[in-house]
Design a protein. Structure first.
Length: 143
């Protein structure tokens, strides 16, 4: 069922390996037809950008292909369990099903936490800014 999708993800991962990038591949696909919409390998080292994970790049391609920010009819397959950054992006894209090959070493994620996370600075100002933005957006959509 998912064989074509899994094979494409591994093809992307092996391409990463050839260029000494972390070998992870990801594929976004239509949940109903299993048609591949987009795919990418990890390009963190290639682009010298820590945000260029395979999942993020595949999501960005899917947004372009479908001309939509809502991927609720899509699934994603990654060769490795998505990290917290990628899971956040997957969630914001409204992807309903996530499939992956190997489980991630959670120790790796725990070791790379910031020393401190501080919040609440200008909290009211920040809240008002966001509330105002979404109120204006709703007003525009209702008119």
């Amino acid at each position: 069922m998912l064989r074509k999708i899994i094979d494409k993800a591994f093809e992307c991962a092996f391409e990463c390996l050839k260029r000494n990038d972390i070998p992870i591949g990801a594929v976004v696909f239509d949940l109903e037809t299993l048609e591949i919409i987009s795919f990418s390998g990890n390009k963190v080292e290639l682009n010298k950008n820590p945000l260029h994970h395979a999942e993020i790049l595949a999501l960005n391609q899917a947004f372009e292909v479908l001309n939509d920010k809502n991927l609720e009819n899509c699934g994603i397959y990654a060769t490795l369990e998505p990290c917290s950054m990628c899971m956040g992006a997957i969630s914001h894209a409204h992807i309903k099903k996530v499939f992956f090959g190997a489980y991630q070493n959670q120790k790796l994620i725990k070791e790379h936490k910031p020393e401190e996370i501080l919040g609440g600075f200008s909290e009211e100002k920040s809240k008002e800014l966001i509330k105002s933005f979404f109120k204006n957006l709703r007003d525009e959509n209702n008119s």
